[in-house]
Design a protein. Structure first.
Length: 193
């Protein structure tokens, strides 16, 4: 694939909505910040788009170094604003992207859809079943896909870089009422009685 000097990654925030992760507006989820933190730490150019902004004005998928799509579970109920990406929309984004562009999908929805038998066929597509951020880091480092978990040091680094990333600075809710979601379901100390 030939790319110009202004080629960049595209990060699509498909939102995550789990009991321990409110990533639907007005919240900005922590997993998307970690993913952007990986790119920030490495100084790799990227464009951040929420799925809502993608729905309104889809960016070009051409001339991309790669695409990362985070898809969280869709839970019953009414959303205040916005809604997580659907399987149909995910299929559409994948089908419109150039086949030689690296494409990483991660999040609980991806895991769930894969468990239900979804297995899209596309060159250079990877469905992350562990930490999407660590999987992206592995790809950038090794040039190959592999399921990976982040280390404690990576977690700290990517959280810090992600807090200053485009997931925040380019978020449509930056000027209010943007709320940072805090990760509370991993890394908790368990005491034995």
């Amino acid at each position: 694939m030939s790319q110009s000097e202004d080629a960049s990654w595209l990060v699509i925030d498909g939102y995550e909505d789990e009991p321990a992760a409110f990533g639907v507006p007005p919240y900005v989820g922590f997993h998307i910040r970690y993913i952007c933190g990986v790119l920030e730490q490495r100084g790799i150019p990227y464009e951040y788009r929420t799925i809502d902004s993608y729905r309104l004005d889809a960016p070009s998928l051409e001339n991309r170094l790669g695409i990362v799509l985070l898809a969280g579970a869709v839970v019953p109920g009414k959303y205040l604003r916005g809604a997580p990406i659907s399987l149909r929309e995910t299929r559409d984004v994948i089908s419109k992207s150039p086949g030689d562009t690296p494409f990483l999908c991660g999040g609980w929805a991806i895991r769930g859809w894969k468990q239900q038998g979804w297995s899209p066929l596309r060159q250079n597509l990877f469905l992350a079943l562990q930490d999407t951020d660590a999987t992206l880091e592995h790809f950038l480092d090794q040039g190959e896909w592999g399921h990976k978990r982040r280390t404690a040091e990576q977690w700290t680094d990517w959280a810090h870089h992600g807090a200053r990333s485009k997931a925040v600075s380019k978020n449509p809710d930056l000027h209010g009422p943007l709320t940072y979601e805090v990760e509370v379901y991993q890394g908790c100390v368990r005491f034995k009685r």
